[in-house]
Design a protein around this ligand. Structure first.
Ligand SMILES: Nc1ncnc2c1ncn2[C@@H]1O[C@H](COP(=O)(O)OP(=O)(O)OP(=O)(O)O)[C@@H](O)[C@H]1O
Length: 284
């Protein structure tokens, strides 16, 4: 497989390995009617790292990752995954590529009428490659990896929100993906349950070597699961670096976001958010 388009970067873990860029969005533009969402979005995700994408609500984080699985096509730019250009890939090839990518949606959308076991098995059955016995093993393995070994015969309504999120992750990992995309996996969960989900994401990377992208608003979670962090702002990646680097950054927009400050004092900032804060202050 060739990664000719891919520069190589030093691992965020600080070791001496140089890692291939396995997911890449290059200068992506995406608008919905008059609404310009992505405006030159560029992001490189190195192999076996977990890239956290942070940014204000509605800035286009979900839109960006939907391009990775071909759920959205860019108006301009290129999307590369696993050495293949997603945005021009024929449908059949796209389905093949998707089988390498687990996608944990913002709301773990489980089918209420199916048992947990059937929900987790669904993707495997759709692939049609494994026998029912093998599927049974995979389902049990995935549920045990998310620490839910005894829920196979239960129904989604019988589980808590945190357990349902874990089932969503089990459904993704049952396919043994090389890549996992998590869209706000801890939103709406209490801090302890969020910490459990965070540990699961760390485990996916450390034990299974999965390359991940995580969208989150929760900086504590970002620091726990991320090896690298990218901030989306006004349609582009404004800042990207390691967790250690983000603590040191002097970029005022990034600092404001990670510190959760409601106002910004640095001179010269004309950011959208600062403007919104100012205008809402005017209304008070
Ligand atoms: N299919 C679509 N059609 C029209 N507009 C869309 C579509 N998908 C997303 N948008 C718009 O694009 C913008 C970015 O949405 P997106 O869900 O990516 O934001 P986000 O950064 O993930 O936000 P949040 O953190 O609140 O989940 C929003 O204004 C949204 O309404």
């Amino acid at each position: 497989m060739s990664f000719v388009h891919a520069p190589r970067v030093l691992s965020a873990a600080g070791d001496e390995r140089y890692l291939a860029i396995v997911i890449q969005l290059k200068n992506v533009y995406k608008a919905f009617g008059p609404k310009k969402v992505l405006q030159g979005f560029t992001l490189d995700v190195p192999e076996e790292e977990t890239m956290v994408i942070i940014g204000y609500s509605g800035t286009g984080k979900s839109v960006a990752i939907k391009h990775i699985v071909g759920l959205l096509d860019p108006d301009a730019g290129e999307v590369w995954v696993d050495g293949q250009r997603v945005d021009t890939l024929p449908r059949r090839e796209l389905y093949k590529l998707r089988s390498k990518i687990g996608y944990v949606f913002q709301f773990a959308a489980l089918f209420d009428s199916l048992t947990i076991g059937e929900n987790v098995a669904m993707g495997l059955r759709k692939q049609g490659e494994l026998s029912e016995k093998e599927i049974g093993f995979r389902v049990a393995e995935a549920l045990s990896l998310v620490d839910l070994p005894a829920v196979e015969q239960r129904f989604p309504a019988e589980l808590s929100g945190g357990m349902r999120k874990r089932v969503g992750i089990a459904r993704a990992i049952a396919l043994r993906p090389k890549y996992i995309l998590y869209d706000e996996p801890t939103t709406g969960l209490d801090p302890v349950t969020s910490a459990v989900i965070d540990q699961l994401m760390v485990r996916m990377r450390e034990k299974l070597g999965v390359t991940g992208i995580v969208i989150t608003h929760d900086m504590r979670s970002a620091y726990t699961v991320g090896t690298r962090i990218a901030m989306l702002y006004q349609g582009r990646v404004r800042w990207e670096g390691t967790v250690a680097e983000i603590h040191e950054t002097e970029d005022p927009i990034v600092r404001q976001f990670i510190e959760g400050r409601a106002t910004i004092n640095e001179a010269g900032d004309t950011g959208e958010f600062a403007a919104a804060v100012e205008s809402s202050a005017d209304e008070d």
